[in-house]
Design a protein around this ligand. Structure first.
Ligand code: MG
Ligand code: ZN
Length: 221
């Protein structure tokens, strides 16, 4: 039985990898940069997206794909800013998969988009196993979660292109050791860009905006 379960999991991941490849080809064909934002629940994915919209929506044509177990609260917020938003309700599943993204892409006007931001389901575990076809992986860790998370969720931290340490405005109230964190990340993924930010106050966001703008330019947007 154990072997059979393993086989099923491999089949699922194999089919997912095929769909992820198709998604990447589709967005590449339309010269779109697609990024996948992951974090624990409440770490600040939606806040970061709202800040990014207000900063970049006049410069780049954005769309957002929102993954949630239920509700459309986050997609409604995005939509109110005049940015196309697709809500995916996973009906309990704790991650997005490439087939869900394929369906979402089919509902967007890809000829009129430069940047697609995917907000994954809040979870640091299995979203790391399901490729979506995104070009860049963005990971948000918030200060209250603690500086030891790279040791607990190594796959997620290994895959990230950018790691945002959010909620620096509450640093004085938590024992978050920035140098211990940098050391942990440096051991797993020395190439990752690490930016401390506060999506609430705006502190540090310039580094994120300029990283994203640079990635967009290289995509030819
Ligand atoms: Mg959210
Ligand atoms: Zn999951």
């Amino acid at each position: 039985m154990g072997v059979k379960i393993l086989t099923i999991k491999e089949d699922i991941l194999g089919a997912n990898a095929e769909n992820a490849k198709g998604n990447r080809e589709l967005v590449d064909k339309h010269h779109i940069l697609m990024i996948n934002i992951t974090s624990s629940p409440g770490a600040g994915k939606t806040s970061l997206i709202m800040q990014t919209i207000s900063r970049l929506k006049e410069k780049a044509r954005m769309a957002v794909i929102e993954g949630d177990i239920a509700s459309s609260i986050d997609a409604d917020k995005v939509s109110r800013e005049g940015v196309p938003a697709i809500q995916i309700n996973t009906a309990g599943a704790c991650h997005l998969d490439a087939n869900m993204i394929k369906k979402a892409l089919g509902n967007l006007d890809l000829d009129r988009i430069d940047l697609i931001v995917i907000e994954n389901v809040g979870n640091l575990i299995c979203p790391a196993e399901f490729a979506l076809g995104a070009h860049k992986q963005i990971l948000i860790l918030s200060v209250p979660e603690g500086d030891d998370k790279p040791y607990k969720y190594p796959l997620m931290f290994t895959q990230a292109d950018v790691i945002l340490i959010n909620k620096t405005d509450v640093l004085p109230h938590f024992d978050f050791d920035m140098s211990a964190f940098s050391k942990a990340v440096g051991g797993l993924n020395p190439a990752a860009a690490v930016y401390p930010i506060s999506a609430k106050t705006g502190e540090g966001l310039e580094q994120w905006f300029s990283w994203l703008w640079d990635a967009l330019k290289h995509k030819g947007a």
